[in-house]
Design a protein around this ligand. Structure first.
Ligand code: MRU
Length: 352
């Protein structure tokens, strides 16, 4: 395999008024950057996981609105806003679980509605500025998550992560990986175990790739090896990302996270979840209200292009699961590490 290089590679690039996504479905074999020329193409890239990870799809959605509206600057204010709302609803339908997509689209629409901009031209300029602002902010938020979480990682530790909550899932540094990157930059020696994360292998294809290229000591394991590795005393801490944190502290994350948290409890290993404020959804009371995306059966019946399950077999393919707050030690956010009781501490940190 002619493996691509992670160095300097960004999941989303906005340059000279043009939008580019790194096609993450091809990693680590190929680094292919694709220009996004239409809103349908952006919708499809989010759906197909070419761009993926909760913060990244928020940024992608915001720029998707720019792409959708660039041919509409001749509209008057009323028509422009009406069309913008329609396009935001369309993009929001691409993936249901990560709240960041809905959050970013709503923020763009609300900002334009609250503005005094009168013409389509003025509204479009504000739309661009807002999308660029969300993008720049994401870099800062990831950095803050890293600063708050870095002290958890100490010399000689083993840290297990699941799926990819890394640079590729955000605009920089990642969420779960932010404390890891900072600890590595500060010369702390630790090892990461990266769960493969079936069915789409974000752990081995993406997390292992980006950490390896950054020089972090990373070992990839299949999902069913995690308990054994924990039993051997190799894991001192779990850090994962999340797609939505409910008001009571329940978290949605890549399918398999619940199992990791249950195993960690058995072995008395602390479980940390890392996310920016945009992933905290105080309007969702508990994890039971979070919509779990069901994906195509082929992701389970096939390994790559090869069928590995019998024709006609019944399949379930939930892309996420809910980890109840009782299994979580702390939530590392850009505003500090939130600890139980989560209902109170999340409200204190994130309401208003
Ligand atoms: O289906 P994916 O690859 O978008 O799932 C991503 C995850 O589950 C991540 O852990 C989550 O979005 C956090 S990303 C910082």
């Amino acid at each position: 395999m002619n493996q691509g290089k992670a160095e300097g590679v960004k999941s989303i690039t906005w340059r000279d008024e043009r939008l580019f996504f790194l096609d993450q479905t091809l990693l680590p074999g190929e680094v292919k950057i694709e220009e996004q020329r239409s809103v349908e193409q952006v919708w499809d890239a989010i759906k197909q996981l070419k761009v993926r990870g909760a913060p990244a799809i928020g940024v992608a959605g915001a720029y998707g609105l720019v792409v959708a509206m660039r041919g509409k600057i001749s509209l008057d204010r009323g028509d422009f806003i009406q069309e913008l709302e329609k396009q935001a609803e369309y993009l929001d339908s691409s993936r249901p679980t990560a709240v960041n997509l809905h959050w970013a689209l709503t923020r763009v629409v609300d900002t334009l509605k609250a503005s005094n901009a009168r013409s389509g031209d003025e509204l479009f300029n504000l739309l661009k500025q807002t999308a660029e602002g969300i993008h720049a902010e994401d870099v800062e938020l990831c950095r803050s998550i890293g600063e708050h979480g870095v002290s958890l990682i100490r010399e000689g530790m083993g840290v297990l992560t699941h799926c990819n909550a890394g640079r590729l899932a955000t605009s920089d540094y990642g969420t779960a990986t932010a404390p890891m990157y900072l600890a590595h930059e500060r010369g702390i020696g630790f090892r990461v175990y990266s769960d493969e994360s079936r069915p789409l292998l974000q752990g081995s294809r993406l997390t292992a790739w980006e950490l390896q290229q950054a020089g972090v000591d990373v070992t990839t394991i299949t999902d069913n090896m995690a308990a054994f590795v924990m039993q051997q005393g190799l894991v001192d801490m779990v850090i994962v990302g999340t797609d939505r944190v409910a008001a009571n502290g329940d978290v949605a994350n890549k399918i398999g996270t619940l199992g990791v948290a249950i195993m960690a409890q058995y072995f008395r290993i602390p479980v940390y979840v890392a996310c920016p404020a945009s992933t905290v959804d105080l309007s969702t009371a508990t994890g039971a209200q979070i919509v779990i995306e069901e994906r195509e059966a082929e992701e389970v019946t096939h390994f790559g292009l090869r069928r590995t399950a019998p024709e006609g077999i019944q399949v379930r393919n939930p892309a996420f699961d809910i980890t109840p707050h009782e299994l979580i030690t702390g939530i590392i956010t850009d505003r500090g590490i939130i600890t139980p009781p989560f209902a109170e501490s999340l409200k204190a940190a994130f309401s208003g």
